[in-house]
Design a protein. Structure first.
Length: 333
Protein backbone atom coordinates (compact mmCIF):
# COMPACT_ATOMS: atom_id res chain seq x y z
CA UNK A 1 0.00 0.00 0.00
CA UNK A 2 1.35 3.45 -0.93
CA UNK A 3 1.96 6.03 1.77
CA UNK A 4 -1.31 7.72 2.71
CA UNK A 5 -2.56 10.22 5.23
CA UNK A 6 -4.96 8.52 7.68
CA UNK A 7 -7.39 10.05 10.15
CA UNK A 8 -8.18 7.71 13.06
CA UNK A 9 -11.21 8.45 15.27
CA UNK A 10 -11.65 6.46 18.48
CA UNK A 11 -15.10 6.02 20.02
CA UNK A 12 -15.50 7.34 23.56
CA UNK A 13 -17.03 4.08 24.78
CA UNK A 14 -14.08 2.17 23.31
CA UNK A 15 -11.85 4.16 25.66
CA UNK A 16 -13.68 2.92 28.76
CA UNK A 17 -15.81 4.49 31.48
CA UNK A 18 -13.17 5.05 34.16
CA UNK A 19 -9.59 6.32 34.36
CA UNK A 20 -8.29 2.77 34.81
CA UNK A 21 -10.27 1.45 31.83
CA UNK A 22 -9.13 4.32 29.62
CA UNK A 23 -5.46 3.77 30.43
CA UNK A 24 -5.88 0.09 29.50
CA UNK A 25 -7.88 0.65 26.33
CA UNK A 26 -5.70 3.40 24.83
CA UNK A 27 -2.79 0.93 24.79
CA UNK A 28 -4.81 -1.37 22.51
CA UNK A 29 -5.78 1.49 20.21
CA UNK A 30 -2.18 2.74 20.15
CA UNK A 31 -0.97 -0.57 18.72
CA UNK A 32 -3.33 -0.29 15.74
CA UNK A 33 -2.31 3.33 15.20
CA UNK A 34 1.38 2.42 15.36
CA UNK A 35 0.87 -0.40 12.85
CA UNK A 36 -0.22 2.23 10.35
CA UNK A 37 2.58 4.64 11.28
CA UNK A 38 5.21 1.92 10.77
CA UNK A 39 3.93 1.49 7.21
CA UNK A 40 4.79 5.15 6.59
CA UNK A 41 1.30 6.65 6.68
CA UNK A 42 0.67 10.15 8.03
CA UNK A 43 -1.89 10.00 10.82
CA UNK A 44 -4.59 12.26 12.24
CA UNK A 45 -6.50 10.79 15.20
CA UNK A 46 -10.01 11.77 16.29
CA UNK A 47 -11.95 10.30 19.21
CA UNK A 48 -15.31 10.22 20.95
CA UNK A 49 -15.77 11.43 24.53
CA UNK A 50 -19.22 10.27 25.70
CA UNK A 51 -18.37 8.70 29.08
CA UNK A 52 -15.49 11.08 29.75
CA UNK A 53 -17.35 14.33 29.12
CA UNK A 54 -20.22 13.13 31.33
CA UNK A 55 -17.80 12.50 34.18
CA UNK A 56 -16.19 15.92 33.72
CA UNK A 57 -19.55 17.67 33.58
CA UNK A 58 -20.78 15.98 36.76
CA UNK A 59 -17.52 16.61 38.62
CA UNK A 60 -17.37 20.28 37.67
CA UNK A 61 -21.00 20.83 38.56
CA UNK A 62 -20.47 19.21 41.95
CA UNK A 63 -17.32 21.23 42.61
CA UNK A 64 -18.96 24.57 41.86
CA UNK A 65 -21.97 24.21 44.14
CA UNK A 66 -23.09 22.58 47.36
CA UNK A 67 -26.20 21.57 45.40
CA UNK A 68 -25.10 19.70 42.24
CA UNK A 69 -28.69 19.66 40.97
CA UNK A 70 -28.68 23.44 40.49
CA UNK A 71 -25.06 24.17 39.51
CA UNK A 72 -23.95 24.58 35.91
CA UNK A 73 -20.69 24.23 33.97
CA UNK A 74 -20.93 25.20 30.26
CA UNK A 75 -20.82 22.04 28.17
CA UNK A 76 -18.41 23.45 25.59
CA UNK A 77 -15.81 23.91 28.33
CA UNK A 78 -16.34 20.31 29.46
CA UNK A 79 -15.77 19.15 25.88
CA UNK A 80 -12.52 21.12 25.72
CA UNK A 81 -11.37 19.50 28.98
CA UNK A 82 -12.12 16.05 27.60
CA UNK A 83 -9.99 16.73 24.53
CA UNK A 84 -6.99 17.46 26.74
CA UNK A 85 -7.71 14.56 29.11
CA UNK A 86 -8.10 11.94 26.39
CA UNK A 87 -5.42 13.45 24.15
CA UNK A 88 -2.88 13.26 27.00
CA UNK A 89 -3.47 9.52 27.47
CA UNK A 90 -3.43 8.84 23.74
CA UNK A 91 -0.20 10.78 23.28
CA UNK A 92 1.59 8.77 25.94
CA UNK A 93 0.30 5.39 24.74
CA UNK A 94 1.16 6.10 21.10
CA UNK A 95 4.60 7.51 21.96
CA UNK A 96 5.43 4.37 23.97
CA UNK A 97 4.24 2.11 21.15
CA UNK A 98 6.26 4.06 18.59
CA UNK A 99 9.41 3.89 20.70
CA UNK A 100 9.06 0.11 21.07
CA UNK A 101 9.33 -0.10 17.28
CA UNK A 102 12.19 2.41 17.06
CA UNK A 103 10.00 4.93 15.25
CA UNK A 104 10.63 8.44 16.53
CA UNK A 105 7.66 10.62 15.65
CA UNK A 106 6.20 13.49 17.66
CA UNK A 107 2.55 13.32 18.77
CA UNK A 108 0.48 16.43 19.60
CA UNK A 109 -3.13 17.21 20.51
CA UNK A 110 -5.08 20.11 18.96
CA UNK A 111 -8.01 21.51 20.95
CA UNK A 112 -10.43 21.59 18.02
CA UNK A 113 -13.51 23.75 17.46
CA UNK A 114 -16.21 22.81 14.94
CA UNK A 115 -18.52 25.46 13.52
CA UNK A 116 -22.28 24.82 13.65
CA UNK A 117 -25.27 26.83 12.45
CA UNK A 118 -27.19 28.48 15.33
CA UNK A 119 -30.31 28.08 13.15
CA UNK A 120 -29.80 24.33 12.75
CA UNK A 121 -33.19 22.62 13.37
CA UNK A 122 -31.48 20.45 16.01
CA UNK A 123 -31.54 23.41 18.40
CA UNK A 124 -35.34 23.27 18.38
CA UNK A 125 -35.33 19.58 19.28
CA UNK A 126 -32.60 18.61 21.80
CA UNK A 127 -32.11 14.83 21.79
CA UNK A 128 -28.58 14.05 23.03
CA UNK A 129 -28.58 12.93 26.72
CA UNK A 130 -25.72 14.12 28.91
CA UNK A 131 -24.76 14.06 32.58
CA UNK A 132 -26.45 12.52 35.61
CA UNK A 133 -29.85 10.93 36.13
CA UNK A 134 -32.38 12.89 38.21
CA UNK A 135 -35.80 12.29 39.65
CA UNK A 136 -38.76 13.92 37.97
CA UNK A 137 -38.99 16.59 40.68
CA UNK A 138 -35.26 17.35 40.50
CA UNK A 139 -35.44 17.64 36.72
CA UNK A 140 -38.42 20.01 36.91
CA UNK A 141 -36.58 22.22 39.41
CA UNK A 142 -33.39 22.42 37.33
CA UNK A 143 -35.41 23.10 34.18
CA UNK A 144 -37.17 25.97 35.94
CA UNK A 145 -33.89 27.39 37.31
CA UNK A 146 -31.63 26.92 34.29
CA UNK A 147 -33.95 26.54 31.32
CA UNK A 148 -32.57 23.08 30.50
CA UNK A 149 -34.56 20.40 28.68
CA UNK A 150 -34.92 16.97 30.31
CA UNK A 151 -36.17 13.64 29.00
CA UNK A 152 -36.92 10.33 30.68
CA UNK A 153 -34.20 7.82 29.80
CA UNK A 154 -35.18 4.13 29.57
CA UNK A 155 -36.82 4.03 32.98
CA UNK A 156 -33.61 5.04 34.74
CA UNK A 157 -34.63 8.61 35.51
CA UNK A 158 -34.44 11.99 33.79
CA UNK A 159 -31.39 13.36 32.00
CA UNK A 160 -30.62 16.69 30.46
CA UNK A 161 -30.66 16.64 26.65
CA UNK A 162 -28.80 19.03 24.35
CA UNK A 163 -28.97 19.64 20.58
CA UNK A 164 -26.85 17.64 18.13
CA UNK A 165 -26.32 19.99 15.15
CA UNK A 166 -24.49 19.12 11.94
CA UNK A 167 -20.82 20.16 11.63
CA UNK A 168 -20.16 22.87 9.05
CA UNK A 169 -16.41 23.49 9.25
CA UNK A 170 -13.35 22.39 11.21
CA UNK A 171 -12.03 25.70 12.59
CA UNK A 172 -8.44 24.49 13.13
CA UNK A 173 -8.20 22.74 9.75
CA UNK A 174 -5.28 24.89 8.58
CA UNK A 175 -3.36 24.20 11.78
CA UNK A 176 -3.92 20.45 11.40
CA UNK A 177 -2.67 20.56 7.81
CA UNK A 178 0.53 22.40 8.75
CA UNK A 179 1.26 20.01 11.62
CA UNK A 180 0.86 16.98 9.36
CA UNK A 181 3.06 18.56 6.71
CA UNK A 182 5.69 19.05 9.43
CA UNK A 183 5.68 15.32 10.19
CA UNK A 184 3.66 15.30 13.39
CA UNK A 185 1.10 12.70 14.36
CA UNK A 186 -1.96 14.80 15.26
CA UNK A 187 -4.89 14.15 17.64
CA UNK A 188 -7.87 16.39 16.75
CA UNK A 189 -11.70 16.79 16.61
CA UNK A 190 -12.05 15.09 20.01
CA UNK A 191 -15.64 14.31 20.94
CA UNK A 192 -16.81 15.46 17.52
CA UNK A 193 -15.19 18.83 18.23
CA UNK A 194 -16.16 21.70 20.51
CA UNK A 195 -19.37 23.13 18.96
CA UNK A 196 -19.06 26.86 18.30
CA UNK A 197 -21.08 29.54 16.56
CA UNK A 198 -19.63 32.64 14.91
CA UNK A 199 -20.63 36.30 14.98
CA UNK A 200 -18.89 39.64 14.41
CA UNK A 201 -16.91 39.12 17.63
CA UNK A 202 -15.58 35.69 16.70
CA UNK A 203 -16.36 32.16 17.87
CA UNK A 204 -18.44 31.27 20.93
CA UNK A 205 -19.00 27.87 22.52
CA UNK A 206 -22.56 26.55 22.64
CA UNK A 207 -24.22 23.75 24.62
CA UNK A 208 -24.47 20.95 22.08
CA UNK A 209 -22.90 17.63 21.08
CA UNK A 210 -21.78 17.00 17.50
CA UNK A 211 -21.94 13.39 16.33
CA UNK A 212 -18.33 12.21 16.02
CA UNK A 213 -19.02 10.21 12.86
CA UNK A 214 -20.41 13.30 11.15
CA UNK A 215 -17.47 15.41 12.30
CA UNK A 216 -15.01 12.84 11.02
CA UNK A 217 -16.83 12.72 7.68
CA UNK A 218 -16.57 16.51 7.54
CA UNK A 219 -12.86 16.31 8.38
CA UNK A 220 -12.41 13.65 5.68
CA UNK A 221 -14.11 15.88 3.14
CA UNK A 222 -12.15 19.02 4.08
CA UNK A 223 -8.90 17.05 4.14
CA UNK A 224 -9.71 15.41 0.79
CA UNK A 225 -9.73 11.83 2.01
CA UNK A 226 -9.50 8.87 -0.33
CA UNK A 227 -10.94 6.37 2.14
CA UNK A 228 -13.18 6.84 5.16
CA UNK A 229 -12.58 3.87 7.46
CA UNK A 230 -14.95 3.55 10.42
CA UNK A 231 -13.75 1.09 13.05
CA UNK A 232 -16.39 -0.17 15.45
CA UNK A 233 -17.29 -3.29 17.46
CA UNK A 234 -18.23 -5.45 14.45
CA UNK A 235 -16.36 -6.63 11.36
CA UNK A 236 -19.21 -5.91 8.93
CA UNK A 237 -22.37 -3.86 8.67
CA UNK A 238 -25.32 -6.26 8.90
CA UNK A 239 -28.97 -6.14 7.96
CA UNK A 240 -31.51 -7.92 10.17
CA UNK A 241 -28.96 -7.53 12.97
CA UNK A 242 -29.29 -10.07 15.82
CA UNK A 243 -32.06 -11.93 13.97
CA UNK A 244 -32.02 -15.47 12.53
CA UNK A 245 -31.74 -14.03 9.02
CA UNK A 246 -28.87 -11.64 9.84
CA UNK A 247 -26.71 -10.93 6.79
CA UNK A 248 -23.24 -9.38 6.72
CA UNK A 249 -22.61 -6.92 3.88
CA UNK A 250 -19.21 -6.83 2.19
CA UNK A 251 -20.24 -4.24 -0.38
CA UNK A 252 -22.87 -1.51 -0.20
CA UNK A 253 -23.84 1.07 -2.80
CA UNK A 254 -25.19 4.47 -1.85
CA UNK A 255 -28.60 3.50 -3.22
CA UNK A 256 -28.63 0.31 -1.13
CA UNK A 257 -27.49 2.20 1.95
CA UNK A 258 -30.31 4.72 1.56
CA UNK A 259 -32.83 1.89 1.12
CA UNK A 260 -31.68 0.19 4.30
CA UNK A 261 -31.71 3.49 6.19
CA UNK A 262 -35.30 4.11 5.04
CA UNK A 263 -36.24 0.60 6.19
CA UNK A 264 -34.68 1.32 9.61
CA UNK A 265 -32.15 -1.50 9.32
CA UNK A 266 -29.54 0.43 11.31
CA UNK A 267 -29.86 1.36 14.98
CA UNK A 268 -30.00 5.04 15.90
CA UNK A 269 -27.01 6.16 17.91
CA UNK A 270 -25.09 3.07 16.78
CA UNK A 271 -24.70 1.93 13.16
CA UNK A 272 -27.04 4.51 11.62
CA UNK A 273 -24.76 7.59 12.02
CA UNK A 274 -21.79 5.57 10.75
CA UNK A 275 -23.56 4.56 7.54
CA UNK A 276 -24.93 8.09 7.10
CA UNK A 277 -21.43 9.53 7.52
CA UNK A 278 -20.09 7.13 4.88
CA UNK A 279 -22.84 8.04 2.44
CA UNK A 280 -22.22 11.75 2.97
CA UNK A 281 -18.50 11.30 2.34
CA UNK A 282 -18.62 9.17 -0.81
CA UNK A 283 -21.37 11.30 -2.34
CA UNK A 284 -19.33 14.45 -1.76
CA UNK A 285 -16.21 12.88 -3.27
CA UNK A 286 -17.37 10.47 -6.01
CA UNK A 287 -15.01 7.61 -6.71
CA UNK A 288 -13.84 7.40 -3.10
CA UNK A 289 -14.55 4.51 -0.73
CA UNK A 290 -15.81 4.30 2.85
CA UNK A 291 -15.19 1.18 4.96
CA UNK A 292 -16.79 0.04 8.22
CA UNK A 293 -15.11 -2.74 10.20
CA UNK A 294 -13.64 -3.58 13.62
CA UNK A 295 -10.48 -2.19 15.22
CA UNK A 296 -8.81 -5.60 15.03
CA UNK A 297 -9.48 -5.88 11.29
CA UNK A 298 -8.33 -2.39 10.29
CA UNK A 299 -5.32 -3.46 8.22
CA UNK A 300 -7.21 -6.32 6.53
CA UNK A 301 -10.03 -3.93 5.65
CA UNK A 302 -7.62 -1.43 4.10
CA UNK A 303 -6.23 -4.30 2.01
CA UNK A 304 -9.74 -5.26 0.82
CA UNK A 305 -9.89 -8.54 2.72
CA UNK A 306 -12.80 -7.72 5.04
CA UNK A 307 -15.15 -4.97 6.19
CA UNK A 308 -18.15 -3.32 4.53
CA UNK A 309 -17.07 -1.18 1.57
CA UNK A 310 -19.37 1.67 0.52
CA UNK A 311 -18.90 3.35 -2.84
CA UNK A 312 -20.60 5.84 -5.11
CA UNK A 313 -20.39 6.32 -8.85
CA UNK A 314 -17.18 7.78 -10.27
CA UNK A 315 -17.44 11.38 -11.47
CA UNK A 316 -15.97 12.52 -14.78
CA UNK A 317 -14.18 15.23 -12.85
CA UNK A 318 -11.14 14.57 -10.70
CA UNK A 319 -12.36 15.16 -7.11
CA UNK A 320 -8.78 15.90 -6.03
CA UNK A 321 -8.97 19.23 -7.86
CA UNK A 322 -11.82 20.49 -5.68
CA UNK A 323 -10.07 20.43 -2.32
CA UNK A 324 -6.52 21.32 -1.30
CA UNK A 325 -3.99 18.89 0.17
CA UNK A 326 -2.79 15.38 -0.62
CA UNK A 327 -4.43 11.97 -0.43
CA UNK A 328 -5.95 11.08 2.93
CA UNK A 329 -7.46 8.07 4.63
CA UNK A 330 -9.93 8.72 7.43
CA UNK A 331 -10.36 6.07 10.13
CA UNK A 332 -13.20 6.23 12.65
CA UNK A 333 -13.05 3.84 15.55
Amino acid sequence: MNKKRIVVALGGNALGNTLEEQLKHVKIAAETITDLAVEGHELIIGHGNGPQVGIINSAMNYATSTDPCTSYMPFAECGAMSQGFIGYHLQQAIQKSLLKRNLRKAVATVVTQVLVDPKDPAFLNPTKPIGNFYTRDEAKQIAADKGFTFMEDAGRGYRRVVPSPDPLRIVELGVIRKMIQSGLLVIAVGGGGIPVVEDENGFHGIDAVIDKDKSCARLALEMKADILLILTAVEHVCINFNKPNQKALSKLSVAEARKYIKNEQFAKGSMLPKVEACVEFVEALPGRTAIITSLEKARDALNGITGTHIKSEVSNEDPKKSVEDSEVYTVII
